[in-house]
Design a protein around this ligand. Sequence first.
Ligand SMILES: C[S@@+](CC[C@H](N)C(=O)[O-])C[C@H]1O[C@@H](n2cnc3c(N)ncnc32)[C@H](O)[C@@H]1O
Length: 187
Amino acid sequence: MLGRGHFPYQLSWLIDNPMRRLLVTPEQLANRLPLMESSVILEVGPGSGYFSVELARRVPRGRLELLDLQPEMLAKAKRKLLAGGFQNVGFTTQDASSPLPYEDETFDIVVMVAVLGEVSSAEKCLRELLRVVRLGGVLVVHEHMPDPDRIPLSELRLLIEECGYMFRERSGPLWNYTATFERPIDG
Ligand SMILES: C[S@@+](CC[C@H](N)C(=O)[O-])C[C@H]1O[C@@H](n2cnc3c(N)ncnc32)[C@H](O)[C@@H]1O
């Protein structure tokens, strides 16, 4: 958002703006994920946790890991999750295009909302995410206007399919879409 580079934590009020519900609500996003109560989720670039509370709520017997470049963003997300009483959440400050501190095939679902266009090496990041998602698990990417870093679906598909994921489906219009990709069982 706001041009190249990562979205600054000082402007987190913009991504927490209630008007954002007109684009996609946390409940709508969560409904588009193949969630079970025991799912293990990685949210990359959660920012101040706009979607994270709903994700944690949906996996009472599972786990949510949050990974963001900016510790200040994670601190804001942590405050919301602690206020909600969620214990099943981990927080890691790191660049998502560096090797991730998770074992192979740890996650059922990886989610990124308005993040990939900010990542310096999207390809490195996607390959590392492919390693940590289980076979048959999914990578879910949401991109929307008016984010200037928004990646059009056609470009996103080329980028992600090249890394070895299989496109499964899209929800929402092209200017405000959620795309789901699968790590093939035989991949
Ligand atoms: C536009 S904000 C979106 C936040 C949240 N996903 C949302 O939609 O409300 C992008 C977030 O991605 C994080 N980010 C950008 N590049 C990153 C990277 N290379 N590794 C990890 N996080 C990154 C930023 O710090 C920021 O918190």
